[in-house]
Design a protein around this ligand. Structure first.
Ligand code: NAP
Length: 277
């Protein structure tokens, strides 16, 4: 079993340096894939109301041989549930779908600025944390200005900001802001959804140098830039390949060279304008 190291969040909770994305893992096949991942060493399962697989995630937690307290379930409040009371109701709904009595990390999925309620939603999440429904609270797809707004309004700093992050969009400025404020960065689509990223010559050259695969080089880069990647794979062999990145180290120059592959957002989902309900 692969041992995935952990870091400590700004609220004192533990958090793995790599986790499993579960988008599109559904039904019995999805549950089996998640149980396989847990058996390989994964401890973080990333879901959301909008993935429509919270039931499967809860079932994988129950079926695995690993103690509940050693697993970390992340879920997310969708745009249509924004608002202080709506956030609490959404979390109660997620707990029901998961069949669990606690969510370990609850995120706001998208800020949805046109709705104008992310600060109220954040207040509801603070209430939910105080009531013990969730252990840690954070956000997803928030900009520096939006994070500042939440902190100024409530004094509560999100534990995590989960954002699009991969070598084509390394998010250097946002990562520096997170580091200054004690916010853990989490990378969604860390493999750029198997786009041409994995065919980049640089990654193939570094894979040869380190006797690894290009995918492992990318995931190691996430670890070394201080972000928790959550690669999704339905395949047990690829899951193990993805998690097996904690026994080699890229040089600083190699990290910088990978960051220089930067192109920008791949799917145009700018949090200032993107709406997801
Ligand atoms: P990703 O993890 O970058 O890429 C997943 C794709 O890569 C799948 O097609 C997978 O196929 C393939 N893959 C995985 N490991 C591989 C390997 N070792 N070699 C070759 N191909 C491999 O993309 P993602 O699923 O979009 O992002 C990961 C997670 O982030 C999601 O599942 C979700 O939990 C989260 N997410 C969050 C947001 C947000 O707004 N907060 C947005 C998007 C995603 P197989 O399954 O066949 O291996």
């Amino acid at each position: 079993m692969i041992s995935i190291p952990t870091v400590t969040l700004n609220d004192g909770a533990w958090f793995p340096e790599l986790g499993l994305g579960t988008y599109n893992l559904r039904g019995e096949e999805g549950i089996a894939a998640m149980v396989e991942a847990i058996e390989s060493g994964y401890r973080l399962l990333d879901t959301a109301v909008n993935y429509e697989n919270e039931h499967e995630v809860g079932e994988a937690v129950r079926r695995s041989a690993i103690d509940r307290d050693e697993l970390l379930v992340v879920s997310k409040i969708p745009g249509r549930h924004h608002g202080r009371q709506q956030a609490i109701d959404s979390i109660q709904g997620s707990l029901g779908m998961l069949g669990l009595d606690r969510i370990d990390l609850q995120l706001i999925h998208w800020p949805n600025p046109s709705v104008g309620k992310y600060v109220e939603t954040w207040r509801g999440m603070i209430d939910a944390r105080d009531r013990g429904l969730v252990r840690s609270i954070g956000v997803s797809n928030f900009t520096e200005a939006m994070l500042t707004e939440l902190i100024d309004a409530t004094g509560v700093v999100p534990a995590v900001n989960q954002v699009e992050l991969h070598p084509y969009f390394p998010q250097g400025a946002l990562r520096a802001f997170h580091a200054d404020h004690g916010i853990r960065t989490e990378s969604w689509s860390p493999l750029a959804r198997r786009s041409e990223l994995l065919t980049e010559q640089l990654l193939h050259e570094l894979a040869v140098v380190h006797d690894r695969t290009p995918t492992q080089v990318v995931l190691r880069w996430h670890v070394q830039v201080g972000s928790t990647p959550i690669p999704k794979s339905a395949d047990p062999d690829r899951q193990r390949e993805n998690a097996d990145v904690f026994d080699f180290t890229l040089t600083d120059d190699q990290v910088d060279a990978i960051s220089a592959l930067e192109r920008g957002r791949l799917w145009g989902a700018d949090p200032e304008t993107h709406e997801e309900m």
